[in-house]
Structure formats: structure tokens, C-alpha cells
Design a protein around this ligand. Sequence first.
Ligand SMILES: Cc1cc2nc3c(=O)[nH]c(=O)nc-3n(C[C@H](O)[C@H](O)[C@H](O)COP(=O)(O)O)c2cc1C
Length: 200
Amino acid sequence: MTTLLKINTSLHSDDGQSSRLANRYVERWQAAHPDGQVVVRDLAADPVPHLTAERFQAFLSDPATRTEEQARVVAASDELIAELRAADVVVLGLPMYNFGIPSTLKSWIDHVARAGETFRYTADGPEGLVGDRPVLVFAARGGQYHGTPKDVQSTYIEMVLNFIGIRDIQFIYAEGLNLGDAPRREALDNAFDEIDRLAA
Ligand SMILES: Cc1cc2nc3c(=O)[nH]c(=O)nc-3n(C[C@H](O)[C@H](O)[C@H](O)COP(=O)(O)O)c2cc1C
């Protein structure tokens, strides 16, 4: 069965603009894949805790001697990784908050980027272990940064996905959402048109 993993990272869950764009794509995808399965990971509704020394230590712990708490931490991380691996296509809603990614998404990344699981170091440098698959990123921003050196968000997302082995990444932007009604309407209309073209 074809599976789409939708990761919502807006603090407004499904009501965020990034989620609205992602949902539009998912609706089109479902129409084209009536037997497809959609898995939703909503990081506002169900946040991944911040990585702490204790949680990181759990990743490094010997399975034979793990405490119950360490086993819970590893199992939760394993579940996120398995969900990602099982996805044929990933849809990521990506708001810009304070020039970066939502902290909820950073916590998700901190529990997915695990040495020996999703990447490993070799003599030739790091190697991603997740396996490539299309990732569509729906980026919503109050201002306009795409194509400028200030867009460290896109660079970061691309870099971290590449690091775990995902290279097929496409960004769809809705920018200038806080610049007034007309620019906002235009940006959303353009993004929706782009999504419809993509899904056609
Ligand atoms: C806490 C917060 C911080 C924000 N920081 C930025 C920013 O640094 N740059 C920007 O262009 N927009 C910023 N915005 C505007 C959001 O990018 C915009 O509202 C976008 O629609 C958020 O996506 P969402 O609706 O999916 O949550 C910020 C919004 C919030 C709530």
C-alpha cells in the first residue's frame, strides 16, 4: 500500500497556513491514490519532548541493560523512525518561527537523527540510512526570504534530510503572509495553484 506521512509542525495544528497548504496537497494525493494510506504526525498536538542528556543517553544505552524509562525513550524514537521509513512520500508543513523551524520539529529531528539507525559515519564521511523518498515541504512565512541568504530554514531542512539519506526534496512557498491582505491572498493563491499543478 502506498503511504503518505504528513507532518504538521504549525503551533496551530491543522489551522496553520502551512498545514492548510499541506492538506490541499494531501487531498489531491488521496484523490489520485484512493487506496493510499495517510499517516498524520501532528507535533503541536503530540509534541516530541526536547532532547535531554538522559534521553540521549538512552539512545546510547545497551539494550540488554536499559532501564524501563530508557526503553520507553528508545521505543518512541524507533516509532518516529519507522513511520518515516514506511512512508513512500512525506509532506511537511513548515512555518517560519523566529527565522527558523518550529522547535517541535527540531525535537522530532533530534529523535530521528540517530547514529547507527538513520545515519552512520564512514571513512568517506557520513552516510544516510533512511533511504530516499520524495519530501514535499510546504513553507509558510510572514515575510519574504526565499532565494536570499536569510533563508537558513530551507538550507537547514535540506541539509538535515540529506544527512539521513533523503535527497528528493521539493519546497512550495507561501511568503509574505503578514504583509497585508492582498499579498497574503496572492501568495496563498499562487501556492494553491502550484500544489494543484504538482498533484495533477
Ligand atoms: C512565534 C512566531 C514567530 C514568527 N517568526 C517569523 C519570522 O521569523 N519570519 C517570518 O517571515 N514570519 C514569522 N512568523 C509568521 C509566520 O511565519 C506565519 O504566520 C506563518 O503563517 C506561520 O505558519 P503557520 O500558520 O503554519 O503556523 C512568525 C509567527 C509566529 C507565531
